[in-house]
Design a protein around this ligand. Structure first.
Ligand SMILES: [Zn+2]
Ligand SMILES: [Zn+2]
Length: 260
């Protein structure tokens, strides 16, 4: 049985694919990746994501403003984002969230919170699931999701890394956890064990390409085809058939991203 995979989080519109996007797409198809979600990280990138999604069958787009770009959010951003979301290829609001890794000053954290909350409210009002980015900020991300009625928004905590308790808080809101390249890294035993404990029924797979290549390709550009590698390696760790892991996570992604 051939594998059927959904790369539930990547940036396929990124300029690092400009020279070989067609070939990269073909490699994805050859690896069984029949669906790809490409996510913007600001409004301009979201427009690019839509353009690329229009060109490839099975590719859908997400529009949103990433926490690292929260300063770009201004009075016209909400209207522009709402227009982008109305495009038929857009099915998710993302990626949004909090990122305390690069800049944790009070001023910037406050901006990130405001932009995150505003986008969550839009997602709820317009009925879009969200793809959540969280880096060194799980406690605040989960608290804000709880306060903003995350259970009635839904989506994915992409590239999840956190404690079991944090994972369970996400699941309690009905969110799925994104499993990416880091689950294949040698030092990440704790992450593998945590995700095994959570169980495949709550997981989706992703690449976050062009970033975070799985182990055999570390240091190289990541691409959607490699979601098959991540799925394969993690399935081995769980002692389940890769085809089974692929099927379960594929169906989870359809549910999480509300794609029929
Ligand atoms: Zn991210
Ligand atoms: Zn991303």
């Amino acid at each position: 049985m051939p594998m059927k995979l959904f790369d539930s989080h990547c940036h396929f519109h990124d300029k690092r694919f400009n020279d070989d996007r067609d070939a990269s797409f073909q490699r994805a198809i050859d690896s069984g990746v029949t669906r790809i979600l490409t996510l913007g990280d600001d409004l301009e990138a979201s427009r690019k994501a839509i353009e690329v999604a229009e060109q490839y069958e099975g590719v859908v787009a997400a529009a949103g403003v990433h926490p690292s770009n929260a300063r770009s959010w201004n009075e016209s951003s909400a209207n522009e984002l709402e227009e982008l979301l109305a495009h038929p290829k857009v099915c998710v609001l993302g990626e949004i969230g909090l990122d305390y890794y690069w800049d944790k000053t009070d001023e910037f954290v406050e901006i990130q919170h405001r932009v995150f909350r505003e986008q969550l409210r839009m997602a709820k009002r317009l009925n879009y699931p969200v793809s959540i980015h969280s880096r060194e900020s799980n406690a605040d991300v989960l608290t804000i999701l709880e306060e903003e009625d995350g259970a009635n928004i839904g989506g994915v905590l992409h590239c999840f890394s956190g404690s079991l308790e944090e994972a369970r808080r996400g699941l309690a809101l009905g969110f799925y956890l994104g499993v990416g390249g880091p689950v294949t890294y040698k030092k990440n035993d704790e992450l593998r064990e945590l995700l095994a404990e959570i169980g495949t029924e709550h997981l989706v797979v992703e690449t976050d390409a062009p970033y975070l290549s799985p182990q055999p390709f570390r240091g190289k550009r990541n691409e959607p085809a490699y979601v098959a590698t991540t799925c394969q390696l993690f399935a081995e760790f769980l002692s389940v058939a890769p085809e089974q892991m692929a099927e379960v996570t594929y169906n989870n992604a359809l549910k999480a991203l509300r794609i029929s």
